[in-house]
Design a protein around this ligand. Structure first.
Ligand SMILES: *Cc1c(COP(=O)(O)O)cnc(C)c1O
Length: 413
């Protein structure tokens, strides 16, 4: 029998060194938000910034704001900040485009550095866009390129000297499993391959140290744990040692050495800027800054400690209080092997999640049978974890989720 009580959760919150950050996010009072791994909460300053960007910079500054408000420099300036969150150096990261677009660019660049090789290793169970993007890229490249799909258990065997690129998501979107970036990167390098890491569920959630791991390329999101807003741009990391030699198959004028010369032929810009494409969604890009700034106010170690405290508590409470109610833990139990989310399997996961959301606990459903709960260290509390499990327990006991209306599917799950 677990010894955790609501009061002991409150005590954990009182000792929480990040507790002060919650007030800096706009969060609804009537809900426990455990879906920051899908769409992060809004930093309060984002709404004033939005007003400034729209009314002053756009409305009044008009085209002059490309210079005056620094719109042109935003991808690089935010990239230099974000570099500090992922163990990269200034000049190695651009905040730009969608994550999937950046993945296309990164895998293409990595392939250009291994022209004799034809194989990309990926996990078949990865977030589908990653697989689709690479399938499209390889089909376009033609010849005999192929994806060698494997899963975590088969990785070592899959990485041999035919492999050009190992392209993996560090924290699995469904299970929350965390890969050892250092070990996998070393194994790829030992076989002569390069790595492309998708950090969508890592940045702002786990300690990421790209250069210490000698990672080659990486991409990620800003709208999940970095709280950048719906559809805010993703980012691309290219290790400095690869920048000058990388091919640039997806080209645009923003990646040109002299964009305002408007010359006919592409000449790549120096540094990571060669991976820029074209005109960016400035409003959305500008609004990604407060979330990045907030994350920079915490150390990665503080974030990770709190995140593990929340996920461990959730797992322990679910196992202690929801035993025999049809749930199965999917996320690895070992803290070192998990990101900042917990996945539970239930045969009627969709209906259970719909009913739980109605009871004020917002997680999400991932097909076919996963209840997914994301824990954001900057704004979730131990008390919320207690209350969420309490409501989950009573929902499963009552079987209220069996009501027909919970089975109706929305376009977004
Ligand atoms: C969220 C996520 C994406 C999102 O890609 P978009 O281009 O922003 O739609 C990509 N890959 C992974 C692993 C993700 O979790």
């Amino acid at each position: 029998m677990s010894t955790i009580t609501r009061a002991s959760c409150l005590a954990l919150d009182r000792a929480d060194e990040l507790a002060g950050f919650r007030a800096r996010f706009a969060l609804p009072e009537d809900r426990i938000y455990l879906d920051g791994n899908s769409l992060g909460a809004m930093p309060r300053v984002a709404s004033e910034l939005a007003q400034d960007v729209v009314a002053r910079q756009w409305g009044d500054g008009l085209v002059g704001s490309w210079n005056e408000a620094g719109w042109w420099q935003l991808p690089k300036r935010l990239g230099d900040k974000l570099a500090g969150l992922v163990g990269a150096d200034p000049g190695e990261v651009l905040v730009t485009d969608a994550t999937g677009i950046n993945l296309f660019k990164a895998v293409a660049a990595a392939l250009s550095l291994r022209p004799e090789r034809r194989v990309v290793v990926m996990e078949g169970s990865n977030f589908p866009t990653d697989n689709y993007v690479v399938q499209g890229l390889l089909e376009t490249l033609g010849r005999d390129y192929e994806i060698r799909f494997t899963e975590e258990e088969g990785l070592d065997a899959a990485i041999d000297d035919d492999v050009a690129v190992v392209c993996l998501t560090q924290v699995h979107y469904r299970s929350g499993r965390l890969l050892d970036m250092r070990a996998v990167t070393a194994a790829a390098h030992a076989a002569g391959a390069l790595t492309v890491w998708d950090l969508s569920h890592s940045t702002g959630a786990v300690v990421v140290d790209l250069n210490a791991c000698e990672a080659d390329f990486a991409v990620g999101c800003t709208y999940k744990y970095l709280n950048g807003g719906p559809g805010s741009p993703g980012y691309l990391f290219a290790a400095r040692r690869h920048q000058a030699g990388s091919g640039v198959p997806l080209r645009g004028w923003w990646g040109h050495e002299a964009p305002f010369d408007f010359v006919r032929d592409f000449r790549p810009a120096a540094g990571v800027a060669r991976f820029a494409t074209g005109t960016q969604p400035i409003v959305s890009l500008a609004l990604a800054e407060p979330g990045i700034d907030l994350a920079l106010e915490m150390t990665p170690t503080q974030l990770r400690r709190k995140s593990l405290s929340l996920t461990s508590l959730f797992i322990e409470l679910v196992e202690g209080r929801c035993d025999g109610l049809g749930l199965e833990l999917v996320t690895p139990r070992a803290p070192a092997r998990r990101g900042s989310q917990v996945a539970l399997r239930h045969p009627q996961a969709y209906a259970v999640m719909q009913a739980l959301i109605e009871k004020g606990v917002v997680g999400d459903f991932r097909a076919p049978d996963i209840l997914r709960f994301g824990f954001a260290a900057p704004y979730n509390s131990h008390l919320e974890v207690w209350d969420a499990v309490d409501r989950l327990q009573s929902l499963l006991r009552s079987e209220d989720w069996r009501a027909a209306r919970y089975a109706r599917r929305n376009p977004v799950t």
